[in-house]
Ligand binder design. Structure first.
Ligand SMILES: *[C@@H]1O[C@H](CO)[C@@H](O)[C@H](O)[C@H]1NC(C)=O
Length: 391
């Protein structure tokens, strides 16, 4: 039972240290010693402990953990290691023949790497990352067109054993693995549904494996090539097509076609679905028919939102009688607002018939749309019925 033993001897050590402390009445100083003993059991290298300075003063002292300031790293240099130890500084993108080995070297101690997402998810042993003293090396063997994507090196900022990525100093390289058989990076689905949101850029990620491929965008029905003017729709060989300001007419089934040499291939199909997307979360306004109601009267609390036309707003309510199961009901309606801009008012009205004492309190309405939710509340006081005075 080595575990029990080691705990036992450590306990004894701590105890004897405490006894000596008690004798020489320097408890404050000694407690620090016992703490040190407790935290030294071998695992952590002693050198990682912050040095407390060279003071030889033996008297009681206040120990302030001095944060160890370590200079952040410079932006690292990313190089591609070619055959026979030749190095090449990489630019924005590189091409590596499929089947070849990709070797990237990034100066920094330490560095961390990020690779295309699917590689992070399923590691099949082709990717190896080694950290040397002054640089990290990523080695990737038996590459295929599917490995096309962005490879990033992040310098790490460390304080003792606590490290974090320095995102602003990341160096990225987009690596193409031109595949003579596959012009598109394969995807797992035959088609992909994509929401087109009003005024939000939409990406059709038809990623090619070769930067030389010529890529066009097509509509399935009617079968036409979609004009790519660089403003409304643009193409980036590292990302695909972007529709910058989606409109209802962009909806439908689209796909990309890549051609290179004699090869011409179609991408996955993208089913673009147009969604009326609000610019902001709703801003509800709540109003009770009266802030003070007499027992037995009816109460109406309305909650309304003015927003873009065809943008769905949903309402939820919280009210005092909820816990005891008061059966209240709501009426919802939508009405257009005149005057130029296409706007509408959505409203939910909470109706309380024959108010009771339990209905007193706060009525809260939460309005939800695709951008978020906002709550507002109103307080209602219930007053007893005024009894007719006896003469
Ligand atoms: C790479 O491919 C070779 C030849 O097909 C194979 O023998 C080797 O195991 C592969 N290496 C890895 C790490 O998959």
């Amino acid at each position: 039972m080595p575990l029990v033993n080691s705990f036992g001897s450590k306990g004894r050590r701590v105890l004897s240290a405490l006894l000596i402390c008690a004798v020489i009445f320097e408890l404050a100083y000694c407690q620090k010693d016992t703490q040190e003993q407790r935290t030294t059991p071998g695992r952590r290298p002693k050198t990682s402990k912050p040095k407390l300075g060279k003071s030889t003063n033996k008297g009681p002292r206040t120990v302030i953990a001095k944060p160890k300031i370590k200079a952040t790293q410079a932006v690292p240099v990313l190089t591609q290691v070619l055959n026979r130890g030749k190095f090449k500084k990489v630019g924005d993108s590189i091409s590596v023949q499929t089947g070849d080995t990709l070797v990237l070297r990034c100066r920094g101690k330490p560095v961390q790497w990020s690779v295309p997402k699917y590689l992070e998810e399923d590691d099949d042993g082709r990717l190896k990352i080694v950290q040397h003293e002054r640089y990290g090396v990523l080695t990737f063997v038996n590459t295929t067109g599917a490995d096309t994507g962005e490879y990033t090196c992040y310098p790490m900022y460390c304080e003792d054993t606590d490290c974090r990525k320095e995102y602003d100093k990341a160096v990225r390289v987009f690596v193409f693995f031109p595949d003579p058989q596959e012009l598109f990076v394969p995807t797992s689905d035959y088609y992909e549904a994509i929401q087109l949101r009003t005024n939000w850029p939409t990406l059709l990620p038809c990623q090619v494996t070769s930067p030389e491929a010529k890529v066009t965008l097509h509509r399935e029905f009617p079968p036409v090539e979609v004009a790519v003017d660089g403003t409304e729709i643009s193409f980036n060989v590292k990302r695909g097509f972007t529709i910058h300001r989606p409109r209802p007419h962009h909806a439908g089934a689209l796909f990309c076609v890549a051609s290179l040499g004699n090869l011409r291939q179609s991408s996955t199909k993208y089913m673009l679905i147009y969604v009326n997307y609000p610019m902001a979360p709703p801003a509800p306004v709540i109003q009770a028919s009266s802030s003070s109601v007499t027992v037995g009267e009816n109460l109406r609390v309305s909650c309304s939102v003015v927003g873009e036309q065809d943008v769905v707003v949903e309402f939820t309510w919280e009210y005092p009688g909820q816990q005891i199961g008061r059966p209240l009901y709501t009426q919802e309606s939508i009405s257009p607002i005149g005057g130029g801009a296409a706007r509408q008012q959505s409203q939910s009205v909470l109706l309380v018939d024959e108010v009771r004492d339990v209905d007193q309190g706060a009525y809260a309405c939460t309005a939800h749309n695709l951008q978020g939710a906002k709550s507002v509340s109103a307080t209602v006081k219930v007053v007893p019925k005024v009894k007719a005075k006896k003469p």
